[in-house]
Design a protein around this ligand. Structure first.
Ligand SMILES: Cc1cc2nc3c(=O)[nH]c(=O)nc-3n(C[C@H](O)[C@H](O)[C@H](O)COP(=O)(O)OP(=O)(O)OC[C@H]3O[C@@H](n4cnc5c(N)ncnc54)[C@H](O)[C@@H]3O)c2cc1C
Length: 357
């Protein structure tokens, strides 16, 4: 019998789970309190990577998702990933070297480049670094169009997107979630997936299982569209910047953006001047706007993906790096929800790790 799965959240994570479930034959309903396409998702820098700072199991999950993005591009042709590569030197030299050695040994396509080659890769850099690392297999995607493309493809497979429709609470009976209370009445489902990003904490607050979640702000700035200045992603010590599909330069103090405090417009203008200074033709750039997105951040920084141990019928999918991880999360979640098969790569990321504490 076809399983009915209700997904709360139509950001990139909910959209990917919806498409993978619908493709596998499930009956899918997605609810979102706002416009389909997500909250963090539309304000994301959207670098697809398995870069530094992560232990090997997390690197492996990310790498698998990079491959899954390539498969998703074929399955959903409206999705366009820009596999233009990343040039990175936002670490002290010894740490850059250590990152290159470690990730190189793990099989990441990482290459040391000198100043002349950095200038060849990104000729607009005013002051290319003496040493940088280049990963040709990294990319970026325009996150809102990608989420919308997944939702449209899910609808094409029979999924229903209901928005705006806020979920006010999960209805639990005898240790099982049986329905959700919405702004327009209750909806029943055999399985409920919470892919509500920063809104997850509010939904799990009333349960006896509530994983620690934070939602730090991240400021990004955008120029008006401009003729091509950058080829790929640039991760310098003072700024991470890429050029979008529509020609806008999109930058943050780093990919996750900075906390602008109460002065976002001033911080945005300062960042914009830094970006102009980095590029030979930077003065030709015009400021467009800034965004402050709230990054869904589990307490230990790693994704929470899986069934809640003490409550049947409830699956959580909340994480940072959701742009990188969306394809693999959608694929693995659908397998687990429909077939009960949990991919070994997900082992460290189950909700139960918080229950155990
Ligand atoms: C500034 C910034 C930079 C980032 N850079 C990167 C990057 O370079 N690479 C990368 O991989 N990741 C990056 N991230 C993280 C990434 O964007 C997020 O992990 C990802 O977008 C999360 O997607 P999501 O679908 O879980 O959440 P969201 O996009 O936030 O979607 C959640 C949806 O749930 C809905 N919702 C919430 N509560 C309810 C409710 N009660 N009822 C109904 N609907 C509800 C919301 O309306 C929203 O649409 C960045 C994030 C930010 C903010």
């Amino acid at each position: 019998m076809t399983k009915h799965v209700l997904i709360i959240g139509a950001g990139i994570i909910g959209a990917s789970i919806a498409w993978h479930l619908a493709r596998a034959g499930a009956r899918v309903t997605v609810l979102d309190a706002g416009a389909p396409g997500g909250a963090a998702t539309r304000n994301s820098w959207a670098w697809i990577n398995a870069s530094w700072g992560n232990p090997e199991p997390y690197f492996r999950l990310r790498l698998r998702s990079m491959a899954a993005w390539r498969r998703l591009e074929k399955d959903v042709p409206a999705i366009k990933v820009n596999w233009a590569g990343g040039l990175l030197w936002d670490l002290p030299q010894d740490e850059l070297e250590a990152y290159a050695r470690e990730h190189g040994a793990w099989g990441y396509g990482i290459r040391r480049v000198d100043r002349a080659e950095a200038a060849r890769i990104e000729p607009q850099l005013r002051n290319p670094p003496d040493l940088a690392l280049h990963v040709a297999e990294e990319g970026s995607v325009e996150p809102l169009p990608a989420a919308e493309a997944l939702l449209a493809a899910a609808i094409g497979l029979g999924a229903e997107i209901v928005a705006p429709r806020a979920v006010l609470a999960l209805r639990e009976r005898n240790g099982r979630v049986t329905a959700v209370e919405t702004s327009a009445g209750a909806l029943e489902a055999e399985e409920v997936v919470v892919a509500a990003g920063a809104g997850t904490a509010k939904l799990t607050a009333g349960l006896d299982f509530a994983p620690p979640l934070d939602a730090p702000p991240g400021l990004l700035i955008s120029s008006r569209p401009h003729a091509r200045l950058l080829n790929g992603l640039v991760m310098s010590p003072c700024l991470h910047v890429r050029q979008t599909a529509t020609g806008c330069l999109l930058a943050g103090a780093d990919f996750g953006g900075s906390d602008p405090g109460g002065e976002a417009e001033r911080a945005a203008r300062e960042l914009f001047e830094t970006m102009r200074g980095m590029l030979k033709d930077g003065n030709a750039l015009e400021y467009s706007h800034h965004t402050v997105g709230f990054r869904p951040m589990p307490g230990d920084g790693y994704p929470i993906i899986g069934r809640v141990p003490t409550i049947d019928g409830l699956y959580l999918a909340v994480m940072h790096s959701g742009i990188t991880l969306a394809p693999v999360v959608g694929m693995f979640a659908a397998e687990e929800i429909l077939d009960g098969r949990r991919d070994p790569l997900l082992k460290p990321y189950g909700p139960e790790r918080f229950a155990a504490k």
